[in-house]
Design a protein around this ligand. Structure first.
Ligand code: F6R
Length: 369
């Protein structure tokens, strides 16, 4: 059942190109229009939405953080993403024009379920993004967009995360299309680029041997830090979460712009720091700022592990280890940038003799608050 792999996690990492393609299947027509009729929230209602609130836990929360960038950019609707466990307890402001998006692989996470119940009681519409047919969260939502990742068995989420991202992009682009923002042309081109993503994820998977080797060489480290900016920030958080869960190492993700406000004090000789670099095209200001962050931490002795777009020559001189990923539109980069971090965590767990599919103290679905 592991299809020749040692662990379900390895199998599920390898299945990501298919999971991504399956989640797009039938949702884009030949003219590049999105067909999300299954969402069953009429366009007239979506046009009236004044605020989007995303609730989720763990890895699904990281997908939601990335979705916020996409939704605000393509739709110009204010969007906030909140941990489901925090949301309900702060008396959030919701009304009939609020669209709540609940993201959950299992569809059974109690914190997320309680958050969406609270939202519906306040009159908000709830759209679930879920991987499990007929589970509780979609049943209690107004609408659902299923991710088609197939069953995810390993406790650490991988392919479900990539498909959650795809579903979030689809919702963001759809809202943008329905509401007709000024980004119409960009929306069409991103839809086209989305169709290429499965192939690009596949290309990343084919170049992972150096990442595995690097992971093995770090097996006796205590700490790994992760830095990112813009959509690379949630990617850094996700990389750190995978490493905590699987390798039981102290792993922390930071927004690179925060470095000077505290975390830089953690940089000492040989501490591995993974940096997710935005594309030098697109938001190039951020690219340049992150390159100076890399120089700063390297000057203080950090071992820099740099994830950057292939052909980005400005970062290479400062990278002790360079992990190249294919060029994508800025907002889609998490789909390719996360994959090396999954492989990295999985290999480190193996090197440290940990149980990859069943990390200690964790359960696949958390059905208590
Ligand atoms: C991390 C992980 C957890 C889940 C979280 C939410 O690898 O698996 O952080 O992402 O418990 O679970 P779902 O998506 O089932 O609501």
């Amino acid at each position: 059942e592991k299809g020749g792999y040692d662990y379900f996690m390895l199998k599920e990492i390898a299945e990501q190109p298919k999971a991504v393609a399956d989640t797009l299947l039938g949702r884009i027509d030949l003219a590049g229009n999105l067909c999300l009729d299954e969402v069953r929230i009429p366009a007239s209602v979506l046009r009236e939405v004044s605020k989007v609130v995303i609730v989720a836990c763990g890895t699904a929360y990281h997908a939601g953080m990335i979705a916020k960038y996409a939704i605000e950019h393509w739709t110009r609707i204010p969007c906030e993403t909140e941990l489901a466990s925090e949301f309900r307890y702060r008396d959030p402001i919701l009304d009939q024009r609020t669209l709540v998006i609940a993201i959950s692989q299992s569809g059974e996470t109690m914190d997320t379920l309680m958050a969406l119940r609270h939202a519906r009681e306040q009159g908000a519409k709830v759209l679930a993004i879920c991987n499990t047919n007929g589970s509780t969260i979609p049943r209690e939502s107004d609408a659902v967009l299923y991710t088609h990742a197939g069953p995810e068995v390993a406790v650490a989420s991988t392919k479900a995360f990539l498909t959650q991202l795809v579903a979030c992009y689809l919702v963001a682009l759809y809202l943008g299309q329905v509401r007709g923002t000024k980004w119409g042309d960009e929306i069409l081109s991103v839809i086209r680029e989305l169709s290429e993503i499965a192939t690009q994820v596949d290309q990343v998977l084919e170049t992972m041997e150096p990442v595995r080797e690097l992971a093995r060489s770090l097996a006796d480290k205590n700490t790994v830090l992760f830095l990112g900016r813009h959509v690379g920030y949630p990617v850094a958080l996700e990389g750190a979460l995978k490493l905590k869960e699987l390798a039981y190492m102290h792993a922390e993700g930071f927004a690179a712009g925060e470095l000077k406000h505290g975390p830089i004090a953690l940089i000492e000789q040989d501490v591995p720091v993974v940096v997710v670099v935005p594309s030098p095209r697109g938001r190039s200001v951020l690219h340049d700022k992150i390159v100076s962050n890399i120089q700063e931490i390297r000057a203080r002795g950090a071992r820099t592990i740099v994830i950057a777009e292939r052909g980005d020559e400005t970062v290479a001189p400062y990278a002790d280890h360079l992990i190249e990923i294919p060029a994508t539109p800025t907002l889609l980069q998490p789909l390719v940038a996360t994959v090396p971090l999954q492989v990295f965590a999985c290999e480190l767990a193996t090197a440290r003799g940990n149980e990859v599919d069943q990390p200690r103290n964790l359960a696949k679905s958390v059905t208590v608050e």
